[in-house]
Design a protein around this ligand. Structure first.
Ligand SMILES: NC(=O)c1ccc[n+]([C@@H]2O[C@H](COP(=O)([O-])OP(=O)(O)OC[C@H]3O[C@@H](n4cnc5c(N)ncnc54)[C@H](O)[C@@H]3O)[C@@H](O)[C@H]2O)c1
Ligand SMILES: C[N+](C)(C)CC=O
Length: 491
């Protein structure tokens, strides 16, 4: 059992004003691993008030950027120091393998380091003024109080993409963790405190979406809302945020095409088609769940994939031989089961999986077998809906134009991949694919330097890269007339 998890508001570790708590469940065996403070609107308001005061009256927005960068760098160093503890907490909370969580922690430290380095690199810009005897300059300032709302699938990783750039640019913030995975957020706030971030600048509120999350989205003292999560929630937040025209960043879902041409390296494409989906049991926004294969290699590709998928080892994330852990919750397991059942009714063929595993050791967890559905067509809900589980839908194509047309036939536009040894074909396809990220002979790769975000209904704005820090700044033009004199228009 992990100790009771509290919120961090105005530099104090506190329980919910209501004293309510929530049990945090291990998805591997349904055991209660911790209790957490269950905040509501009142706790969110207290945190917003603290963040507002810290922004309007505190020193953080005017602290030299080099100093802010040094503090953000310290957070990175502490994450590296406590990497193993953080990885274990993340796996306990989400069920993913500890090896995956260790990789996440390295990525997270990298994000804090990247934004620590960028903190003092923006000197503004003097622009060429068309007015004689004048100075025209452009500067970037922090936006103000930022509300940040994160999902359960990559709890700390998605938070790092928001926390690090917001702090580096002098904003104050309130982050709301997913109510079911708060453990690494609480730990990283201990590190933020240890690094010397002043009271009120960074606040952590735990609790549900329709209370804490809704308050952050609606409250007019919040200047920006940055959300990562599902499309339905994203639309609600967008609507709520309109109350004071908050700046808005949305990182939403995806139904990501993975296009394999016959001339691709067969072994690599098969191997990566599995990696693209079965990491973290497919609970990845950019999972390559929509496999689109050239007709001439379809049967051979599926035969090979099915024989390998049968060997995927399910189990505890803490067992080194485990390759795939459980889904996050009973609610989510039900959703994935219903999604596959809908596919069956639509006429798909279950090539492998399509049910809960029978292994007695897995019966207490939220496990679902890695699944491949063939004979899928674009109009089916299994092809159009996100699913967010270890399920691949397979479609066929016979021409390059058809491959691109299928890949783009979606309300989503987060990411996609194309496998071919024909460089010109890869370039043509990537140019036409309407997604925020296109991988050529690769899948699911991301790093701090490259922007991440979606076309179409996969979102608004970008995280990571330079664009990820620009989200947290307002641009101001300052014009100075060096020889002012009357205009004389009104006499
Ligand atoms: N684009 C990306 O980079 C990215 C990354 C990770 C996850 N995701 C997406 O996240 C989804 C899975 O995460 P989830 O199930 O936690 O999503 P979700 O939308 O159910 O919840 C996300 C967060 O929003 C909160 N929330 C719920 N209702 C709210 C409301 N009315 N107002 C404000 N906040 C509210 C939740 O409490 C949670 O903290 C998937 O669709 C996945 O694709 C996207
Ligand atoms: C953005 N990513 C790939 C880290 C996690 C998506 O769920």
């Amino acid at each position: 059992m992990v100790r009771h998890q509290q919120m961090y508001i105005n530099g104090e570790w506190v329980d919910a004003q209501s004293k309510e708590t929530r049990e945090i469940i291990n998805p591997y065996n349904k055991e209660v691993i911790a209790t957490a403070a269950e905040g509501n609107e009142k706790d969110a308001q207290a945190a917003i008030e603290a963040a507002r005061k810290a922004f309007d009256e505190g020193e953080w927005p005017n602290t030299p950027a080099t100093e802010r960068g040094a503090i953000v760098r310290k957070v990175a160093e502490f994450i590296e120091r406590d990497r193993e503890e953080l990885a274990q907490l993340e796996s306990l909370d989400t069920g993913k393998t500890v090896e995956e969580s260790r990789g996440d922690m390295d990525d997270i430290a990298g994000v804090f380091r990247y934004y620590a380095e960028l903190a003092d690199k923006d000197g503004g810009e003097i622009i060429s003024s068309p007015i004689p005897n004048s100075i025209s300059k452009v500067v970037h300032e922090p936006v103000g109080v930022c509300g940040q709302i994160t999902p359960w699938n990559y709890p700390l990783l998605q938070a790092s993409w928001k926390l690090a750039p917001a702090l580096a640019t002098g904003n104050t913030l309130i982050i709301k963790s997913s109510e079911i995975t708060p453990l690494t957020h609480v730990k990283v706030f201990e590190l933020i405190e240890e690094a010397g971030v002043p009271a009120g600048v960074a606040n952590l509120v735990l609790g549900a979406g329709n209370t804490v999350g809704a308050e952050l989205s609606e409250n007019t003292d919040v200047d920006l809302i940055s959300f990562t999560g599902g499309i339905v929630t994203g639309k609600k937040i967008m609507q709520a945020a309109s109350v004071n025209v908050k700046k808005l960043a949305l990182e939403l879902g995806g139904k990501n095409p993975n296009v394999v041409f016959a001339d691709a390296d067969f072994e690599t494409a098969v191997d990566q088609a599995m990696n693209a989906v079965f990491f973290h049991a497919g609970q990845i926004c950019s999972a390559g769940t929509r496999l689109i294969i050239e007709e001439s290699i379809h049967d051979k590709f599926i035969d090979e994939l099915v024989s390998r998928v049968k060997n995927i080892k399910l189990g505890s994330g803490f067992d080194e031989s485990t390759q795939m852990g459980p889904l996050i919750s009973q609610e989510h397991l039900d959703k994935v089961m219903n999604y596959v059942e809908a596919g069956k009714k639509e006429g798909v063929t279950v090539a492998v999986g399509g049910k809960r595993p029978e292994d007695p050791e897995l019966q207490n967890g939220f496990f679902y077998e890695p699944t491949i559905l063939t004979n899928c067509t674009t109009d089916m809900t299994v092809v159009q809906d996100e699913g967010f589980g270890p399920v691949i839908t397979v479609e066929k194509f016979s021409t390059e134009e058809e491959a691109v047309q299928l890949a783009n036939d979606s309300i989503y536009g987060l990411a996609g991949g194309v496998w071919t040894n024909d460089i010109a074909k890869a370039e043509r396809c990537s140019a036409k694919m309407r997604m925020g990220t296109v991988w050529i002979n690769e899948f699911n790769l991301y790093f701090p330097h490259a922007p991440w975000g979606g076309f179409k209904q996969s979102g608004i704005g970008r995280e990571l890269g330079r664009l990820g820090i620009e989200e947290y700044t307002e641009t101001k033009h300052i014009f100075q007339n060096l020889s002012p004199e009357p205009v004389g228009w009104f006499g």
